[in-house]
Each structure stands twice: as structure tokens, then as C-alpha cells.
Ligand binder design. Structure first.
Ligand code: GDP
Length: 442
């Protein structure tokens, strides 16, 4: 993840404060300065950073008991980082069986056309009948690009090589798909090089004609501080309700986008992490900050699995109780293999993001398959256990390895990972418990 460096610096600052030999106040000051510096260098607006520092400080100061508890320091930093990207508004959720008209806006090159297709595929996979309309009559080749993407993804599309009026094209496209009872009609509008008045006028006219259920602004994460003014300008004319942040796979520092969320009070709903259709993730403030701080995001993964209607009730219940057995692990693996892009999923599992980075997608998929074979070779008793049964009967490790055609080392790796996930379940539970019990700061 692109913001990994920021996450590493914040983590180091927190660990530094926890292990510091100085008095608590000075240790917290040093930590806050370092967190602030890291955020500003990542393009987060200075005012926001100062605000954040003050908030963390007062949360830690107001309650003397908190100062000595390292979990509390971590949690306060975590919560405040989450609140930076959390607008506390309900993000857009299209409804099946209704006509959801979604209009995409943004500057040229932000990744609008690419994101339209990713968005379309995301909802098509969830059972929506989706159509794409190319209302970008300004850029030569825009229709061809959308047509090519849509054809590849098997999404019906509408556009015109001869009609130059974008308002007419968008109206015709929306009317056509409406008549054919599509649940979701996505309209890609034209972007320009900069914020030109006629672009905004065109957007307003399209908006008044097609009356979108939702307007989404596509924002390139790599444009730094400019994200803020650009978002403000778009907000004034198109009043978008959601943001899709693109190019978080590149060298973007991402902080400008965080400021854009704050200044427009508009939630990010998806992030783009590459040029391909599968490089698209839902955005959830807590999951995002968990990943940023490198603590994995099993919770987000669970939610994703849940939203895909897999039979996963027991695992979720177990996880909420702070438990994670080998059986849960096995079920998760089987579902993950069905869910597609390993690269995204791997990021959410503690320890696996690293593996992905080291050996690449194909080898990761291979290894995941071998993990499934290994767990298929375990007995029911072993699968229902917390894994420590293998510590008591180490010869079973060899048996399982032989039975699955793998090595004892690979079996040990699974046990290690399952333990890591079980710890994670416990950690999440205790975070939730302490959140429930914690007195709220100002
Ligand atoms: P538009 O002008 O806003 O419609 O932008 P396009 O969809 O044509 O995208 C511009 C360029 O950015 C293309 O080369 C895309 O492949 C690329 N792009 C879009 N989204 C992403 C992303 O999330 N990551 C990366 N690395 N490239 C992206």
C-alpha cells in the first residue's frame, strides 16, 4: 500500500512513546511532533494536522490513567486517524430493483473511465443489471476506450461517434437503459485539463437532464495538495456525494485526498489500486487506517465476505468472540479462492501482504491452494481446535504434510498464520471492548 511509509512512521512514533524513558508528557509531545511531520510530508493539510495533534493530546491528557496504558495511546491515535477520513455520513448504497443513475465527474486523466468500468463490474458481480454511458464527447477516443473496457468486462454500453452534444448522449443513454429496466446506469462525463468554466457548466446541464441518484467525483491521489481546491471547485458545481480515489498504488502520498474528504465532508467509497479492473477496493475508514498501520484488516475482509452472501455465519460469530480456529481458517481460504483478486485479499490478511510483495500473484495463488490442501488433510478434531493440538502431537504435522503432498514447513506456516489470526481476533475483540468501556474525550 502506497501509504505504508506513513503508517510505518506513525507506528514508530507510537512505539517510541511507549518505550520512552522520558516523562510521559515529553514522550507524547515527541510522538505527536513525529506523527504531525509524517502527515504533513504526506500532503495532509497543516490545519488538519494541528487539529489532530491537539485532539490526541487532549484525549491523552484529560485522563491521567490513560497515559500509562500503551493500548490506550495506540487506540487514541487510531481513532483520531480514522476520524480524519471518516465523514460519519452514510455512504451511497444503490438499491436493486430501482433505477440508480450514477454520474462520474473529475478532471481528465484522474481515472474516470477506468473507475466507471471497475464500479460497473463491482455491482454487476453483486447481481445488478448495469449499463455504461459515454457522455465524453470532448476527448477523441473516449468512447472507444469505454467501449473497449465495457466489452472486456461484458457490460452493456451506450455512446455515439457522431453526436457531439454530451447532454443529448447522456439523455439518450439513460433513456435507453431505463426502458430496458437496468438497476444501475453509469454516466461517464468528460474531463478537461483544468477546472474550466465550460466543463462545470456542462456538468450542471447533464446533472439537470439525467437527475443522477448519485454523483461521484474521481480524484487522483497523486495530485497532492491540489486535491483540496479541485474538490472544492467540483463540489460547488456538481455537489458530488462520494469520492473514488485512484492511483493509490503509485507514488501518491495520499494526504491531499484525506484533506479533500475533510474539506468537502464527502466520503470516499472506493479506492483504485492499479490499472486493471480488479484493482478496486471498497473504502472503509477503519479498515483503511488498520491497513495503513499494518495491522491487517480481517474485520474488513469479514464484512466483504459477508456482503457476498457466503455461508460464513459461524466464523463471524467466532471472530466476534475473539476466537479463530483452524476450521475458520479453512473456510476463509476456500471463500477467498472464490472471491478473485488475490492481491487485494492478501493485503487484508496479516502476514500475507508481505508474501504477495515478495513472490508475486501467481506464486501466492499457488501457495494458497496448497494451504487449502493442507487443511483438507486435517481431521475434524484438529480443524475445530485452536491449533495447539499440533504442539502436543507434533508427529501429526508430518502426517498432514504427507497427506496433502506438501512439506512440514508449510504446515507449520499455516499454524503460525492461524495463530496470528487468532491473536488478531482477540486483539479486535479487546479493542472493541475497550472502545465500549472508554470514557469519551472532548
Ligand atoms: P479519465 O481521463 O479520467 O477518464 O482517466 P482514465 O480512466 O483514462 O485513466 C487515465 C490513466 O490512469 C489510464 O492510463 C489508466 O489506466 C490510469 N489509471 C486509472 N486508475 C488507476 C489506478 O488506480 N492506478 C493506476 N496505476 N493507474 C490508474
Amino acid at each position: 500500500m502506497v501509504l505504508a511509509d506513513l503508517g510505518r512512521r506513525i507506528n514508530n512514533a507510537v512505539s517510541g512513546a511507549i518505550s520512552s524513558k522520558e516523562d510521559v508528557d515529553s514522550a507524547i509531545d515527541v510522538m505527536l511532533k513525529e506523527i504531525g511531520r509524517a502527515l504533513i510530508e504526506s500532503d495532509v493539510n497543516v490545519k488538519l494536522v494541528l487539529n489532530l495533534r491537539t485532539k490526541i493530546k487532549s484525549q491523552l491528557k484529560d485522563n491521567q490513567d490513560l497515559q500509562v496504558n500503551k493500548r490506550i495511546i495506540q487506540k487514541v491515535v487510531f481513532d483520531e486517524l480514522v476520524s480524519l477520513v471518516d465523514t460519519k455520513t452514510e455512504p451511497f448504497k444503490p438499491k436493486k430493483g430501482k433505477t440508480n443513475i450514477v454520474m462520474f465527474v473529475g478532471l481528465q486523466g484522474a481515472g474516470k473511465t477506468t473507475s466507471c468500468t471497475k464500479f460497473a463490474v463491482y455491482y454487476q458481480r453483486r447481481g445488478f443489471k448495469v449499463g455504461l454511458v459515454c457522455a465524453d464527447t470532448f476527448r477523441a477516443g473516449a468512447f472507444d476506450q469505454l467501449k473497449q473496457n465495457a466489452t472486456k468486462a461484458k457490460i452493456p454500453f451506450y455512446g455515439s461517434y457522431t453526436e457531439t452534444n454530451p447532454i443529448k448522449v447522456s439523455k439518450d443513454g439513460v433513456d435507453k437503459f431505463k426502458k430496458e429496466k437496468f438497476d444501475m446506469i453509469i454516466v461517464d462525463t468528460s474531463g478537461r485539463h483544468k477546472q474550466e468554466a465550460d466543463l462545470f457548466q456542462e456538468m450542471i446541464e447533464i446533472d439537470q437532464t439525467i437527475k443522477p441518484t448519485q454523483t461521484i467525483m474521481v480524484l487522483d491521489a497523486s495530485i497532492g495538495q491540489a486535491a483540496e481546491s479541485q474538490s472544492k471547485a467540483f463540489k460547488d458545481s456538481s455537489n458530488f456525494g462520494s469520492i473514488i480515489l485512484t492511483k493509490l498504488d503509485g507514488h501518491a502520498k495520499g494526504g491531499g485526498a484525506i484533506s479533500a474528504v475533510a474539506v468537502t465532508n464527502t466520503p470516499i467509497i472506493f479506492i483504485g489500486t492499479g490499472e486493471h479492473i480488479q484493482d478496486f477496493e471498497t473504502f472503509n475508514p477503519k479498515s483503511f487506517i488498520s491497513k495503513l498501520l499494518g495491522i491487517g484488516d480481517l474485520q474488513g475482509l469479514m464484512e466483504q465476505v459477508e456482503s457476498m452472501n457466503f455461508d460464513n455465519k459461524d466464523t463471524i460469530e467466532n471472530f466476534q468472540k475473539g476466537k479463530f480456529t483452524l476450521n475458520d481458517f479453512q473456510k476463509q481460504m476456500q471463500m477467498l479462492m472464490k472471491m478473485g483478486p488475490i492481491s487485494q485479499i492478501a493485503q487484508a490478511i496479516p502476514g500475507m501482504g508481505d508474501m504477495m510483495g515478495q513472490v508475486g500473484e501467481e506464486e501466492t495463488t499457488n501457495r494458497l491452494k496448497r494451504m487449502v490442501f493442507i487443511m483438507d488433510s486435517m481431521t475434524k478434531k484438529e480443524l475445530d481446535s485452536d491449533g495447539y493440538i499440533f504442539v502436543r502431537e507434533p508427529e501429526r504435522i508430518l502426517r498432514v504434510a504427507r497427506g496433502s503432498g506438501t512439506s512440514a514447513f508449510e504446515v507449520e506456516m499455516i499454524l503460525q498464520q492461524q495463530r496470528m489470526m487468532a491473536n488478531m481476533a482477540q486483539h479486535t475483540k479487546s479493542m472493541m471492548d475497550s472502545q465500549a468501556n472508554m470514557p469519551k474525550g472532548p
